[in-house]
Design a protein around this ligand. Structure first.
Ligand code: SF4
Length: 107
């Protein structure tokens, strides 16, 4: 598929810049907001990789994204956030949409 035809499935808001969030240690002159529900994203491994792996096209492989999630320090926080916010698309906390739906049904 050529670049002109390609439509990315990565949402614009999939990641919030930790500087914007005022996450401790990222930029010292920004006030600390301890209660920010997205502060875990400052340690998100996926932020250092290709986000498209985490939002594959329908039927696309999730293996690479899940491999990264397996070593991510904020996996629990990420999954919790996705479940609480009913994230419908992408890999969060190492689980696909379908796997998150199954997990919710079991809860
Ligand atoms: S668990 Fe996966 S999707 Fe969640 S922050 Fe870590 S690398 Fe990103």
């Amino acid at each position: 598929m050529t670049g002109a035809q390609y439509r990315s499935g990565v949402p614009d808001n999939w990641f919030v810049d930790p500087v914007f969030l005022g996450v401790p240690g990222v930029r010292r002159d920004v006030p600390v907001e301890d209660d920010n529900p997205l502060s875990w994203q400052s340690d998100a491994l996926c932020a250092q990789t290709d986000p498209e792996a985490f939002f594959p096209e329908k039927g696309g492989s999730t293996r690479d994204a899940k491999r990264i999630c397996a070593t991510c320090d904020v996996r629990d926080e990420c999954l919790e956030y996705a479940l609480q916010n009913d994230e419908r698309f992408g890999i969060w906390g190492g689980l696909s949409e379908r796997e998150r739906r199954k997990l919710k049904r079991r809860a």
